[in-house]
Design a protein. Sequence first.
Length: 126
Amino acid sequence: MLLPVSQVASLVNSLSLEWLDKVYFDGIPHEELDNKDLTVMLLQETDSTPSDYANGTFKGIFAGVEVQIFYKTDLADDFNPLEAEINLMQSLKSAGWLIVSSQHHTTDPDTDQVTKTIYVTKDNLI
């Protein structure tokens, strides 16, 4: 079974989202931290708990992933971040991920980039 962040990354990459430039796991490389010219997604594992107990053992892993989006500062005038996020969440839901929380948009104090954080979970049977 793939790590939860790899599962989400594989799905996101298969969507070929025109508005997304890069997907990172667990951390944005140091040399990219101040890059405001790209829209990037950071995936971090939030949960990996045994689940679905039967006969004294577990039959699944409850996986959680934090999806953070850092939008480039020069977005196209016709780009609607909320519409893009809704489409992303619908794709995640179709792939069996539960949208636990979709946080409000914030502005990164260091880069002035608009950010969005979404938490998803999935019960993976083993």
